[in-house]
Design a protein around this ligand. Structure first.
Ligand SMILES: C[S@@+](CC[C@H](N)C(=O)[O-])C[C@H]1O[C@@H](n2cnc3c(N)ncnc32)[C@H](O)[C@@H]1O
Length: 275
């Protein structure tokens, strides 16, 4: 009903499998903390570390209204609410994630500070000029129409608001090896180069304030994850719970694609026109 991208992410029973894994680690399910969820609720390269780093790139202050576009299970949204005092709304295409994100926010006592709803980043269910910041991590690689994605992100920003992203772009060595965490095969994977994205942002009147290629750090981190898994086995709680049976191949291909420079990882802050 929500299309092939939502079907890709909907593994079925994701909340149950997370709660079961937490229980197997001896966690009290009635007294969970955001820290307990961190190994699984940030479905992007370098997990919580990257979220903290991206948040530090712009002056997010208490009370700011932030939209997490393609929020997944909502780990970053909860972090921005708890650690930066922001009023966060998460929107995601995949209903299973929205339900799980809402339930997890309730379980860690953040239901009044972060809300989630189903919707598309290409047709955001929000009025113009409503947010101080739009935050997005590892979403646009599933979106073919980049211009529509960035135009829609900028539309909901207040004048001079900021778009903050942590994203995967095309490297300069050809197509990625599949499967990858965002796609089993090429039909739902749309990688642009960083230069193309910068041109698109420029054409939309946005100004890049900060842009860093974090591919090397990403590769080091991912190699560490794989080495740890080889040594100690798959942990009970981790993003493999979100990737189905092909999880090991998807994780290995991220490393291979980074090593062969088929993908690149970028963090950036972009400012909307003052209007
Ligand atoms: C790799 S996950 C990243 C989730 C989250 N941003 C994070 O970093 O933990 C990609 C997410 O993008 C969502 N997504 C993909 N295309 C979307 C669209 N057009 N609109 C909204 N969400 C979308 C998927 O449902 C999925 O939750």
């Amino acid at each position: 009903m929500h299309g092939p991208v939502a079907d890709h992410y909907a593994v079925g029973g994701v909340l149950d499998s997370i709660l079961k894994a937490l229980a197997s680690l001896g966690k009290d399910l009635d007294a969970l903390t955001p820290h307990d969820l961190a190994p699984v609720d940030t479905f992007h390269i370098r997990g919580r570390e990257a979220t903290v780093e991206l948040a530090a790139r712009a002056g997010l202050a208490a009370g700011m209204k932030v939209l997490d576009s393609g929020c997944g299970l909502g780990g970053s949204a909860r972090y921005l609410a708890l650690d930066h005092g922001c009023e966060v709304t998460g929107v995601d295409l995949t209903p299973e994630y929205v339900e799980a994100a809402t339930a997890l926010a309730g379980r860690v006592g953040l239901a009044d500070r972060v809300t989630f709803r189903q919707g598309s980043a290409l047709d955001l269910p929000f009025a113009d000029n409503g947010f101080d910041a739009v935050w997005t991590e590892h979403v646009q690689m599933n979106i073919e129409d980049k211009r529509a994605f960035y135009r829609e992100s900028l539309r909901v920003l207040k004048p001079a608001g900021v778009l903050m992203f942590h994203d995967i772009f095309r490297g300069d060595a050809g197509d990625p090896h599949y499967p990858v965490p965002w796609a089993d095969e090429p039909s739902i994977s749309f990688l642009s180069t960083g230069d193309d994205v910068r041109r698109t942002l420029d054409a939309l009147g946005a100004q890049v304030l900060d842009w860093e290629d974090t591919s090397e750090r990403s590769l080091d981190w991912f190699r560490g994850v794989l080495a740890q898994r080889q040594e100690s086995g798959t942990p009970a709680l981790g993003i493999h719970l979100l990737m189905g049976e092909a999880a090991p191949a998807k994780l290995r291909n991220v490393v291979r694609n980074l090593e062969e420079k088929r993908i690149a990882v970028v963090q950036a802050v972009v400012q909307a026109r003052a209007r």
